[in-house]
Design a protein. Structure first.
Length: 149
């Protein structure tokens, strides 16, 4: 191995385990540089996700859902889809897309915490708004015994 230490071994083992779960077969760890980079990126992202929970770095953005021209002429209320994004630091300059952080949130069992965070932020922002909004929920969210709390 290029990095003969415990941390490197754990990173490589974790990466191999995840890959074997995804492929549903055994995986032989290959010490190629791209594999090492994937492992490094994964653990850096996991660290960012933990920081995002601790420092409230998740943000909800509202994307307007376009109505058809008939609905617009009738003066229908605007509708919004709520989208969660994550900042990479307290400065809130760089936004990380959900495709990068959601798999880690789910794997770490923090998806319910993120759902609650999103719902709370949406309700705080939309309390005085007369429009409609939607939040994407998973089946796990809807069947959770803690969801209604």
């Amino acid at each position: 191995m290029n990095e003969p230490n415990i941390e490197a071994l754990l990173r490589h083992g974790h990466l191999a385990l995840n890959e074997s779960k995804q492929k549903k077969r055994y995986v032989i760890f290959d010490n190629k540089n791209d594999t090492l980079e994937k492992s490094k990126d994964f653990f850096e992202m996991r660290s960012l996700v933990r920081e995002a929970f601790a420092e409230d770095l998740f943000e909800v953005f509202f994307q307007e859902v376009k109505e058809n021209s008939c609905a617009i002429r009738k003066g229908k209320t605007k509708k919004f889809e709520c989208l969660v994004r994550m900042y990479d630091s307290k400065e809130k300059i760089n936004i990380i897309s959900p495709g990068k952080f959601l798999p880690i949130v789910k794997e770490d069992g923090e998806d319910e915490d993120l759902t609650c965070c999103v719902i709370k932020k949406v309700c705080e922002k939309m309390v005085d708004y007369d429009g409609h909004f939607s939040i994407n929920l998973t089946e796990d969210d809807l069947t959770s015994t803690d969801f209604t709390e």
